[in-house]
Design a protein around this ligand. Structure first.
Ligand SMILES: Nc1nc2c(ncn2[C@@H]2O[C@H](COP(=O)(O)OP(=O)(O)OP(=O)(O)O)[C@@H](O)[C@H]2O)c(=O)[nH]1
Ligand SMILES: [Mg+2]
Length: 316
């Protein structure tokens, strides 16, 4: 069987992750205490992808629930499906990360991470042919984002040939008023680019404006702009450097995110500008070397040949 190990981290991760288990349990005909009550063989055919079979025919989610504070876990434990999970797989600290990515990644989270990796190892060893890992976390707080990316890095190191996926909730000022969320998100994206195979970005702003379709580039651009406004003034930076973080990591994360925005811009232009004609009036010399420059990729389709040209145009 191709098993998946699931991890849910931080408050948002545990809320959304628990909803996932409610839905997946229902699909497989597994009730809130792990007993099969379904009516079609199909429900059990691939049940081992997400569930372990325990003694007494109980199905137990292959899930780890992690937070740096006890509150979220208590509420999952007390919820309707609280008895579904393996008690050993609830792992929590006592202090929380207080919306500080550095606490999740470097200090508080680093103290708890080995305990998490031990449980991951334990789950991985009982798999027959593990596919990989899936993470559910928000990028706006301190635990899901900071500690979440730390756990991802550790697991990646130990299981480099397994698939690593994340379901990452992107912050929006419309849903939360914690001012440092763009910092936490940008620092996380910087890590996720390196260490996951796939990241599914779920935009809290789109959840707020239900029905609005937000292009991924717009989310990154929004977070990047908010990041830059604060970082230019070094606002709240001491919260992070106080935990031992280097300012350089901020600079790198920012430029990495800007690259990502430019890359998506290229894809967008490549599809939008199929009939673009080179404009001779634009002098190529006058391109400023600042970050305001975007690359515009133009695909010219002719009857017999397809050529791809890259030009630099002024963003303004
Ligand atoms: N959609 C959704 N977003 C949530 C939920 N809970 C928190 N968030 C979002 O998650 C971000 C805050 O992160 P949390 O998950 O609360 O933080 P954490 O990972 O527990 O980290 P700390 O509390 O800072 O230690 C904000 O952007 C919130 O809008 C939830 O239940 N649903
Ligand atoms: Mg929290």
């Amino acid at each position: 069987m191709r098993e998946i190990v699931h991890l849910q981290i931080g408050q948002c991760g545990n809320q959304i992750g628990s909803k996932f288990w409610e839905v997946i349990g229902e699909e497989h005909g597994i009730n809130s205490v792990g007993t099969y009550e379904g009516d079609t063989d199909l429900q059990l055919e691939r049940v081992n992808v997400y569930f372990n079979e325990a003694h007494g025919g109980k199905y137990v989610p292959r899930a780890l629930l992690v937070d740096l504070e006890p509150g979220t876990m208590d509420s999952v434990r007390g919820s309707r499906i609280g008895k579904l999970f393996r008690p050993d797989n609830f792992i929590h600290g006592s202090s929380g990360a207080g919306n500080n990515w550095a606490k999740g990644h470097y200090t508080e989270g680093a103290e708890l991470v080995e305990q998490v990796v031990d449980r991951v190892r334990n789950e991985a060893e009982s798999c027959d042919c593990m596919q990989g890992f899936q993470f559910v976390h928000s990028l706006g707080g301190g635990t899901g984002s900071g500690m979440g990316t730390l756990i991802i890095n550790k697991i990646r190191e130990e299981y480099p040939d397994r698939i690593m996926n994340s379901f990452s909730i992107m912050p929006s000022p419309k849903v939360s008023d914690t001012v440092v969320e763009p910092y936490n998100a940008t620092l996380s994206i910087h890590q996720l680019i390196e260490n996951t195979d796939e990241t599914y970005c779920i935009d809290n702003e789109a959840l707020y404006d239900i029905g609005n379709n937000t292009a991924i580039q717009e989310i990154f651009r929004r977070i990047g702009e908010q990041f830059s406004v604060m970082f230019r003034r070094k606002a709240f930076l001491h919260w992070y450097t106080g935990e031992g973080m280097d300012e350089l990591e901020f600079t790198e994360a920012e430029s990495n995110l800007n690259d990502l925005v430019s890359e998506y811009q290229q894809y967008q232009d490549a599809t939008a500008d199929l009939d673009w004609e080179p404009d001779e009036d634009i002098p190529e010399e006058e391109v400023p070397s600042s970050s305001a420059v975007t690359m515009q990729r133009t695909v010219e389709v002719k009857t017999e040949t397809v050529t791809e040209t890259t030009r630099q145009l002024d963003d303004m």
